[in-house]
Design a protein around this ligand. Sequence first.
Ligand code: GAL
Length: 398
Amino acid sequence: MNTKLALLLVALIALPAAVLCQQQTKVTAFRPGEIWPDENGQHINAHGGGVLRYGDTFYWFGEHKAENTSSALVGVTCYASEDLMNWRNCGVALSVTDQPGHDIERGCVLERPKVIYNKVTGKFCMWFHLELKGQGYNAARYGVAVADRPEGPYKFLYSQRANAGTWPIEFGKEQLSVIDTLNADNFREGWTPAWRKAVGEGLFLKRDFGAGQMSRDMTLYVDDDGKAYHIFSSEDNLTLHIAELTADYLHHTGRYTRVAPAGHNEAPAIFKHEGTYWMITSGCTGWDPNEARMFSAPSIWGPWTQHPNPCRGPKAELTFGGQSTFILAIEHLPLNIEHSVAEKKAESNYVQSSMVNVQYIFMADIWRPRHPIDARYIWLPIEFEDGKPVIRWRDEWK
Ligand code: GAL
């Protein structure tokens, strides 16, 4: 056989395989709980994540999960997409380091990263939950990193506890005089009604006042006026805090409020619809799924009211086997970049053609602690019934 003929034969055999390969990795619908291949056909590795829209591109940031450990061996990964279904791997946005004793040393716990864009500084700001290597979940810190481009590389800035030496904005004379009377020695036994009442009144807030408040499961939210907030589980995961960020989105201002004191919420995800803030959280059962909780408020500062579980369908009482991580607003974009006319046009076409009636996507993780890399994603549209968000299970949707 001459060389030309041989090459032709090889091409004929390879062509259908290449077409097949492309077809295999083209995602045409959301399939909650299934393997979600990226453009290379690899299951997306971005857990506990969040999505930032910048221009016409969506950037999905999440925890890189390893085969056998939930500790961070790699760091925060980033994927990019124009249609939210097909994602290309942009690699590691924030890398852990091998420097011994460094806050983000390989083997630390680095969870629930979120990125927001600051239009004043032109920087991409990443916040995440950090537990120092070898210290279990005791550090309870947040970490901050910054980049000039959405996909990074992000430069680690610092990690610490939250709002040391500051009381929540709602703490006036009355609450402070109650706090004065709280003595941890009187509440040695946990989970009694008296203990829960004391936690609600600020037993742990007082304990951590000097060193700073604990900061674990978290999300970020940018409001329409450009102000940003860090929402996190604090006080031994018993109370959520919402803390205002400085204009550069790199620090807390010191203004913060408590949500559902002693309510034991984590995995907060938030969005605003027609002036009402909605927050979906989980209970605290580690990697095991539990029933989602929902809260609403007329202002980010509250008052926050609890509503019934918004999930509907099989395993609705277990958040379909998942745990909330983020709510992606398709129309009310949490970004402060100037859109060009062309971008605006593309955006409206996009919404009309692919996202009819979907304004918000609920994102959750199905954790697999024994095989973390195989954890799955549940993305479902948020609908409204009687003015309240509802999340209905769908095997598949577009
Ligand atoms: C979950 C939390 C996760 C992770 C895990 C560790 O409750 O939502 O982000 O921290 O606990 O056990």
